[in-house]
Design a protein around this ligand. Structure first.
Ligand SMILES: Cc1cc2nc3c(=O)[nH]c(=O)nc-3n(C[C@H](O)[C@H](O)[C@H](O)COP(=O)(O)O)c2cc1C
Length: 224
């Protein structure tokens, strides 16, 4: 499968078959995660594979009642070491880069899983302290996301996507494709627009004058 095909096919899967995920697939997926870009190549992440059924059940219990998680044969918990980033890049590293690094790794994992015929879901709603305690995660390591993995037992409905022209600008914020002529420096279109606006304003002014004139004439007629 090509990368774009996997990107286009990836969806969040929230129901899984009772079928184990092959070990080679798990290692391929982790390998894809660790090959994500990271600021300064710090690779400040680690991945905890959770296959213990009772652990998965507990995670479902403290993930705002997302009991569907129990159907997943496997979870991958993606963790960051924010302090490592702070050492190199200060607050920006701690607050931004380490989150971006992990997000890149997570996306690689989701795409790799799709490529291997697996379903997955990025889970952000969970009680961090409980997850820490369950998996013995030390205080300087932050679990950022739980990813469920398994063979899909559902086909999600089509999702709605924001139109590309609403979120894509050219060269300047707010420059939408509707005004592409400005990007292409075809100012004649803009002149014509401004000309149309001006003639519209003149027409409106002429109409108002005519209305006023008619009103005054009516009044004068009545006086006579
Ligand atoms: C940061 C983040 C947190 C998310 N947390 C959850 C979650 O807790 N539970 C869940 O079911 N889906 C979660 N999702 C998945 C989104 O709901 C899903 O990606 C979105 O609805 C779009 O659907 P799609 O993934 O099928 O394209 C999360 C996604 C992201 C990026």
């Amino acid at each position: 499968m090509e990368a774009l095909e996997a990107i286009n096919r990836r969806r969040s899967i929230r129901r899984y078959l009772e079928r184990p995920v092959e070990f080679e697939k798990i290692t391929t997926i982790i390998d894809a995660g660790r090959k994500a870009p990271s600021a300064g190549n710090l690779q400040d992440w680690c991945f905890i594979i959770v296959s213990e059924k009772s652990f998965i059940q507990q995670v479902a219990g403290f993930s705002v009642e997302q009991y569907w998680i129990q159907t997943a044969p496997l979870l991958i918990v993606v963790c960051a070491m924010p302090e490592k980033h702070e050492m190199y890049y200060g607050l920006r590293g701690k607050r931004l880069y380490n989150i971006q690094d992990c997000a890149a790794a997570i996306e690689n994992i989701l795409i790799a899983a799709t490529d291997l015929g697996l379903g997955s879901c990025w889970i952000g709603s969970f009680e961090e302290d409980k997850l820490r305690a369950l998996l013995s995660i030390p205080p300087d390591v932050r679990p950022q996301a739980v990813i469920s993995l398994g063979y899909p037992d559902e086909t999600p409905n089509d999702r709605s996507l924001v139109p590309v022209e609403n979120i894509t600008f050219f060269n300047r914020y707010g420059m939408k494709i509707e005004r592409l002529h400005i990007v292409l420096r075809d100012y004649s279109v803009e002149w014509q627009r401004q000309g149309n606006k001006l003639s519209q304003r003149l027409n409106n002014a002429a109409r108002k004058i005519k209305e006023q004139y008619n009103k005054i004439s009516e009044r004068l007629k009545k006086k006579k």
